[in-house]
Design a protein around this ligand. Structure first.
Ligand code: PMP
Length: 332
Protein backbone atom coordinates (compact mmCIF):
# COMPACT_ATOMS: atom_id res chain seq x y z
CA UNK A 1 0.00 0.00 0.00
CA UNK A 2 1.14 3.53 -0.69
CA UNK A 3 -0.09 6.24 1.63
CA UNK A 4 1.07 9.01 3.92
CA UNK A 5 0.18 9.34 7.60
CA UNK A 6 -1.18 12.87 7.17
CA UNK A 7 -1.76 15.22 4.26
CA UNK A 8 0.88 17.55 5.75
CA UNK A 9 3.47 14.92 4.87
CA UNK A 10 2.92 15.90 1.22
CA UNK A 11 4.37 19.41 1.57
CA UNK A 12 7.12 20.10 -0.98
CA UNK A 13 8.53 18.00 -3.85
CA UNK A 14 6.51 20.02 -6.34
CA UNK A 15 7.10 19.38 -10.07
CA UNK A 16 8.90 21.43 -12.71
CA UNK A 17 6.78 22.03 -15.82
CA UNK A 18 8.23 23.34 -19.08
CA UNK A 19 6.65 26.55 -20.39
CA UNK A 20 5.95 26.18 -24.10
CA UNK A 21 4.08 29.31 -25.19
CA UNK A 22 4.31 32.34 -22.93
CA UNK A 23 8.11 32.62 -22.97
CA UNK A 24 10.56 32.76 -25.93
CA UNK A 25 10.72 29.25 -27.40
CA UNK A 26 12.88 29.45 -30.54
CA UNK A 27 15.91 27.20 -31.16
CA UNK A 28 18.17 29.79 -29.54
CA UNK A 29 15.96 30.28 -26.51
CA UNK A 30 16.63 28.94 -23.02
CA UNK A 31 14.62 26.21 -21.34
CA UNK A 32 12.14 27.87 -18.96
CA UNK A 33 10.71 25.64 -16.23
CA UNK A 34 7.92 26.54 -13.81
CA UNK A 35 8.11 25.24 -10.22
CA UNK A 36 4.39 24.72 -9.68
CA UNK A 37 3.69 25.26 -5.99
CA UNK A 38 -0.06 24.73 -6.19
CA UNK A 39 0.73 21.01 -5.95
CA UNK A 40 1.34 21.52 -2.23
CA UNK A 41 -1.57 20.16 -0.13
CA UNK A 42 -2.69 23.64 0.95
CA UNK A 43 -2.34 24.90 -2.61
CA UNK A 44 0.63 27.22 -2.20
CA UNK A 45 4.32 27.66 -1.48
CA UNK A 46 3.38 28.81 2.03
CA UNK A 47 2.84 25.23 3.22
CA UNK A 48 6.63 24.97 3.29
CA UNK A 49 7.17 27.84 5.73
CA UNK A 50 4.22 26.83 7.92
CA UNK A 51 5.75 23.45 8.62
CA UNK A 52 9.21 24.82 9.36
CA UNK A 53 8.00 27.74 11.53
CA UNK A 54 5.89 25.41 13.68
CA UNK A 55 8.64 22.82 14.14
CA UNK A 56 11.18 25.54 15.02
CA UNK A 57 8.80 26.98 17.63
CA UNK A 58 8.24 23.53 19.14
CA UNK A 59 12.00 23.05 19.39
CA UNK A 60 12.57 26.47 20.98
CA UNK A 61 9.71 25.90 23.43
CA UNK A 62 7.73 28.95 22.19
CA UNK A 63 4.89 26.68 21.05
CA UNK A 64 3.67 24.28 23.73
CA UNK A 65 1.61 21.11 23.16
CA UNK A 66 -2.02 22.05 22.54
CA UNK A 67 -1.09 25.72 22.03
CA UNK A 68 -2.79 28.29 19.82
CA UNK A 69 -1.26 29.79 16.69
CA UNK A 70 -2.30 33.44 16.17
CA UNK A 71 -1.28 35.15 12.92
CA UNK A 72 -2.53 38.14 10.92
CA UNK A 73 -3.06 36.40 7.57
CA UNK A 74 -5.91 36.02 5.17
CA UNK A 75 -4.53 33.71 2.64
CA UNK A 76 -1.98 31.11 1.80
CA UNK A 77 0.03 31.24 5.03
CA UNK A 78 -3.15 30.68 7.04
CA UNK A 79 -4.08 27.58 5.06
CA UNK A 80 -0.56 26.17 5.45
CA UNK A 81 -0.54 26.84 9.20
CA UNK A 82 -4.02 25.33 9.61
CA UNK A 83 -2.99 22.10 7.91
CA UNK A 84 0.19 21.63 9.94
CA UNK A 85 -1.63 22.72 13.12
CA UNK A 86 -4.22 19.97 12.64
CA UNK A 87 -1.54 17.37 12.16
CA UNK A 88 0.28 18.42 15.32
CA UNK A 89 -2.67 19.24 17.58
CA UNK A 90 -2.77 23.05 17.69
CA UNK A 91 -5.62 25.52 17.48
CA UNK A 92 -5.47 28.46 15.01
CA UNK A 93 -6.81 32.00 15.22
CA UNK A 94 -6.33 34.09 12.07
CA UNK A 95 -6.89 37.81 12.12
CA UNK A 96 -7.75 39.50 8.82
CA UNK A 97 -8.89 42.92 7.67
CA UNK A 98 -12.50 43.22 6.53
CA UNK A 99 -11.47 43.85 2.91
CA UNK A 100 -10.55 40.15 2.67
CA UNK A 101 -13.15 38.24 0.67
CA UNK A 102 -15.68 36.12 2.55
CA UNK A 103 -14.59 33.15 0.41
CA UNK A 104 -11.07 33.39 1.82
CA UNK A 105 -12.35 33.68 5.40
CA UNK A 106 -14.57 30.65 4.79
CA UNK A 107 -11.67 28.62 3.43
CA UNK A 108 -9.74 29.20 6.67
CA UNK A 109 -12.79 28.25 8.76
CA UNK A 110 -13.25 25.13 6.64
CA UNK A 111 -9.88 23.93 7.94
CA UNK A 112 -11.15 24.40 11.51
CA UNK A 113 -9.49 27.75 12.18
CA UNK A 114 -11.11 30.62 14.04
CA UNK A 115 -11.25 33.85 12.01
CA UNK A 116 -11.36 37.30 13.62
CA UNK A 117 -12.23 40.14 11.25
CA UNK A 118 -10.98 43.71 11.91
CA UNK A 119 -11.61 47.02 10.14
CA UNK A 120 -9.08 47.66 7.35
CA UNK A 121 -9.60 51.42 7.42
CA UNK A 122 -7.67 52.13 10.64
CA UNK A 123 -3.97 52.89 11.28
CA UNK A 124 -1.75 49.91 12.28
CA UNK A 125 -1.36 51.48 15.79
CA UNK A 126 -5.14 51.60 16.33
CA UNK A 127 -6.26 49.05 18.99
CA UNK A 128 -8.75 47.56 16.51
CA UNK A 129 -6.25 47.18 13.64
CA UNK A 130 -5.51 43.65 12.66
CA UNK A 131 -1.90 44.01 13.79
CA UNK A 132 -2.97 45.21 17.27
CA UNK A 133 -5.68 42.58 17.61
CA UNK A 134 -3.36 39.73 16.61
CA UNK A 135 -0.71 40.95 19.09
CA UNK A 136 -3.30 41.15 21.85
CA UNK A 137 -4.78 37.72 21.08
CA UNK A 138 -1.33 36.12 20.95
CA UNK A 139 -0.56 37.67 24.37
CA UNK A 140 -3.89 36.98 26.05
CA UNK A 141 -4.65 33.51 24.68
CA UNK A 142 -3.39 30.70 26.90
CA UNK A 143 -0.52 28.99 25.01
CA UNK A 144 -0.67 31.66 22.27
CA UNK A 145 2.17 31.93 19.76
CA UNK A 146 2.56 34.27 16.79
CA UNK A 147 4.71 32.92 13.92
CA UNK A 148 5.24 36.38 12.32
CA UNK A 149 6.29 35.28 8.84
CA UNK A 150 7.88 38.70 8.11
CA UNK A 151 10.50 38.29 10.83
CA UNK A 152 10.73 34.54 11.36
CA UNK A 153 14.10 33.11 10.22
CA UNK A 154 12.38 29.71 9.73
CA UNK A 155 10.61 31.27 6.70
CA UNK A 156 13.73 31.64 4.49
CA UNK A 157 15.29 28.59 6.19
CA UNK A 158 12.45 26.41 4.90
CA UNK A 159 13.47 27.31 1.35
CA UNK A 160 17.16 26.64 2.05
CA UNK A 161 16.11 23.20 3.26
CA UNK A 162 13.53 22.30 0.61
CA UNK A 163 12.88 24.56 -2.40
CA UNK A 164 16.55 25.17 -3.22
CA UNK A 165 17.71 21.53 -3.06
CA UNK A 166 14.64 20.37 -5.00
CA UNK A 167 15.40 22.77 -7.88
CA UNK A 168 19.07 21.80 -7.91
CA UNK A 169 18.26 18.08 -8.02
CA UNK A 170 15.40 18.38 -10.50
CA UNK A 171 17.61 20.29 -12.96
CA UNK A 172 20.63 18.05 -12.30
CA UNK A 173 22.55 21.19 -11.35
CA UNK A 174 21.88 22.84 -14.73
CA UNK A 175 19.72 25.71 -13.47
CA UNK A 176 21.34 29.03 -14.43
CA UNK A 177 18.64 31.54 -13.41
CA UNK A 178 16.04 31.53 -10.64
CA UNK A 179 13.08 33.92 -10.79
CA UNK A 180 10.56 34.52 -7.97
CA UNK A 181 8.25 37.24 -6.72
CA UNK A 182 9.15 38.97 -3.47
CA UNK A 183 6.62 39.28 -0.63
CA UNK A 184 8.17 38.49 2.74
CA UNK A 185 11.26 37.69 0.66
CA UNK A 186 11.50 34.24 2.24
CA UNK A 187 11.24 32.33 -1.03
CA UNK A 188 13.84 34.29 -2.97
CA UNK A 189 16.25 34.71 -0.05
CA UNK A 190 16.22 31.06 1.06
CA UNK A 191 16.11 29.44 -2.38
CA UNK A 192 18.52 32.03 -3.76
CA UNK A 193 21.11 31.54 -1.05
CA UNK A 194 21.02 27.75 -1.45
CA UNK A 195 21.40 27.96 -5.23
CA UNK A 196 24.19 30.56 -4.96
CA UNK A 197 26.08 28.38 -2.46
CA UNK A 198 25.72 25.09 -4.27
CA UNK A 199 26.68 26.62 -7.66
CA UNK A 200 29.54 28.70 -6.21
CA UNK A 201 27.78 31.90 -7.22
CA UNK A 202 26.95 30.83 -10.79
CA UNK A 203 23.12 30.84 -10.54
CA UNK A 204 21.64 34.29 -11.12
CA UNK A 205 18.77 35.32 -8.83
CA UNK A 206 16.04 37.56 -10.25
CA UNK A 207 13.37 39.13 -8.05
CA UNK A 208 10.01 40.07 -9.56
CA UNK A 209 8.19 42.95 -7.89
CA UNK A 210 4.97 44.90 -8.47
CA UNK A 211 5.61 48.34 -9.92
CA UNK A 212 5.41 50.75 -6.94
CA UNK A 213 6.73 48.36 -4.27
CA UNK A 214 9.88 49.21 -2.30
CA UNK A 215 11.92 46.27 -3.62
CA UNK A 216 12.05 47.78 -7.10
CA UNK A 217 12.62 51.32 -5.84
CA UNK A 218 8.98 52.39 -5.41
CA UNK A 219 7.47 54.21 -2.47
CA UNK A 220 5.01 51.42 -1.62
CA UNK A 221 2.15 52.92 -3.64
CA UNK A 222 -0.82 50.63 -4.05
CA UNK A 223 -0.90 47.83 -6.58
CA UNK A 224 -3.44 45.08 -7.00
CA UNK A 225 -1.40 41.91 -7.36
CA UNK A 226 -1.68 39.93 -4.10
CA UNK A 227 1.02 38.39 -1.93
CA UNK A 228 4.01 40.28 -3.32
CA UNK A 229 5.60 43.70 -2.96
CA UNK A 230 5.80 45.66 0.29
CA UNK A 231 5.81 49.18 1.69
CA UNK A 232 8.49 48.23 4.25
CA UNK A 233 11.63 46.06 4.35
CA UNK A 234 10.97 42.79 6.22
CA UNK A 235 13.90 41.07 7.93
CA UNK A 236 13.13 37.86 6.03
CA UNK A 237 14.36 39.52 2.81
CA UNK A 238 18.10 39.42 2.16
CA UNK A 239 18.77 42.72 0.39
CA UNK A 240 21.94 41.33 -1.22
CA UNK A 241 20.39 38.20 -2.74
CA UNK A 242 19.05 39.52 -6.07
CA UNK A 243 21.31 40.07 -9.05
CA UNK A 244 18.44 41.82 -10.76
CA UNK A 245 14.95 43.07 -9.86
CA UNK A 246 12.27 43.28 -12.54
CA UNK A 247 9.29 45.57 -11.85
CA UNK A 248 6.02 44.41 -13.44
CA UNK A 249 2.73 46.31 -13.73
CA UNK A 250 -0.58 44.92 -12.44
CA UNK A 251 -1.97 44.80 -15.98
CA UNK A 252 0.95 42.78 -17.34
CA UNK A 253 0.85 40.43 -14.32
CA UNK A 254 -2.87 39.70 -14.70
CA UNK A 255 -2.73 39.39 -18.46
CA UNK A 256 0.07 36.84 -18.12
CA UNK A 257 -1.84 34.91 -15.42
CA UNK A 258 -4.74 34.64 -17.90
CA UNK A 259 -2.41 33.51 -20.68
CA UNK A 260 -1.00 30.82 -18.37
CA UNK A 261 -4.46 29.29 -18.06
CA UNK A 262 -5.27 29.48 -21.75
CA UNK A 263 -1.89 28.61 -23.25
CA UNK A 264 -0.05 26.50 -20.67
CA UNK A 265 -3.06 24.89 -18.93
CA UNK A 266 -1.75 26.24 -15.63
CA UNK A 267 -4.49 28.01 -13.65
CA UNK A 268 -2.35 30.22 -11.40
CA UNK A 269 -2.59 33.43 -9.38
CA UNK A 270 -1.65 37.00 -10.25
CA UNK A 271 1.77 36.85 -8.61
CA UNK A 272 2.56 33.84 -10.83
CA UNK A 273 1.74 35.98 -13.85
CA UNK A 274 4.08 38.64 -12.49
CA UNK A 275 6.96 36.18 -11.98
CA UNK A 276 6.40 34.70 -15.45
CA UNK A 277 6.57 38.15 -17.08
CA UNK A 278 9.93 38.65 -15.34
CA UNK A 279 11.11 35.20 -16.47
CA UNK A 280 10.08 35.93 -20.07
CA UNK A 281 12.01 39.22 -20.02
CA UNK A 282 15.10 37.53 -18.57
CA UNK A 283 14.84 34.70 -21.12
CA UNK A 284 14.93 37.15 -24.03
CA UNK A 285 18.61 37.85 -23.36
CA UNK A 286 19.65 34.20 -22.79
CA UNK A 287 20.69 31.30 -24.99
CA UNK A 288 19.96 27.56 -25.44
CA UNK A 289 22.40 26.48 -22.73
CA UNK A 290 20.55 28.44 -20.07
CA UNK A 291 17.92 26.94 -17.77
CA UNK A 292 15.53 29.38 -16.10
CA UNK A 293 13.37 28.22 -13.17
CA UNK A 294 10.44 30.46 -12.25
CA UNK A 295 8.52 29.74 -9.05
CA UNK A 296 4.71 29.94 -9.27
CA UNK A 297 3.43 30.43 -5.68
CA UNK A 298 -0.26 29.46 -5.91
CA UNK A 299 -3.22 28.39 -8.01
CA UNK A 300 -5.81 30.59 -9.72
CA UNK A 301 -9.00 29.37 -8.00
CA UNK A 302 -8.74 32.12 -5.40
CA UNK A 303 -8.78 34.77 -8.12
CA UNK A 304 -11.76 33.72 -10.26
CA UNK A 305 -13.77 36.78 -9.20
CA UNK A 306 -10.84 39.14 -9.84
CA UNK A 307 -8.02 38.32 -12.27
CA UNK A 308 -10.12 35.84 -14.26
CA UNK A 309 -13.28 37.94 -14.27
CA UNK A 310 -13.71 40.21 -17.32
CA UNK A 311 -15.89 42.79 -15.52
CA UNK A 312 -13.38 43.15 -12.70
CA UNK A 313 -10.53 43.51 -15.20
CA UNK A 314 -12.54 46.07 -17.19
CA UNK A 315 -13.33 48.06 -14.05
CA UNK A 316 -9.61 48.68 -13.57
CA UNK A 317 -9.04 49.35 -17.25
CA UNK A 318 -6.99 46.21 -17.85
CA UNK A 319 -9.43 45.05 -20.54
CA UNK A 320 -11.32 47.17 -23.07
CA UNK A 321 -14.96 47.73 -22.12
CA UNK A 322 -17.22 44.83 -23.15
CA UNK A 323 -14.40 42.72 -24.47
CA UNK A 324 -11.63 40.50 -23.25
CA UNK A 325 -9.08 42.41 -25.30
CA UNK A 326 -6.05 43.54 -23.37
CA UNK A 327 -5.49 47.30 -23.21
CA UNK A 328 -2.12 48.16 -21.76
CA UNK A 329 1.35 46.81 -21.19
CA UNK A 330 4.09 45.18 -23.11
CA UNK A 331 3.71 41.46 -22.45
CA UNK A 332 5.26 39.35 -25.18
N1 PMP B 1 2.71 35.09 -4.20
C1 PMP B 1 1.74 34.83 -3.32
C2 PMP B 1 0.35 34.58 -3.83
C3 PMP B 1 2.02 34.80 -1.96
O1 PMP B 1 1.04 34.55 -1.06
C4 PMP B 1 3.35 35.07 -1.53
C5 PMP B 1 3.66 35.09 -0.06
N2 PMP B 1 3.42 36.37 0.56
C6 PMP B 1 4.34 35.36 -2.48
C7 PMP B 1 3.98 35.34 -3.80
C8 PMP B 1 5.75 35.76 -2.09
O2 PMP B 1 6.49 34.83 -1.37
P1 PMP B 1 7.48 35.30 -0.22
O3 PMP B 1 6.65 35.80 0.93
O4 PMP B 1 8.25 34.07 0.13
O5 PMP B 1 8.37 36.38 -0.74
Amino acid sequence: MQYVEHVADLVGHTPLVKLNHVVPTGPDSPLVLAKVEYFNPGGSVKDRIAERMIIAAEESGELKPGGTIVEPTSGNTGIGLAIVAQQRGYHCIFVCPDKVSVAKQDALRAYGAEVVVCPAAVEPEHPESYYSVSDRLARETEGGWKPNQYANPANPASHVASTGPEIWEQTAGRVTHFVAGVGTGGTISGTGSYLKDVSHGRVQIIGADPLGSVYSGGDGRPYLVEGVGEDFWPSTYDRDICDRIVAVSDGDSFHMARRMGREEALLVGGSCGMATVAAARVAEDLGPDDVVVVLLPDGGRGYLSTVFNDQWMQSYGFLRADSSEYTVGDVL
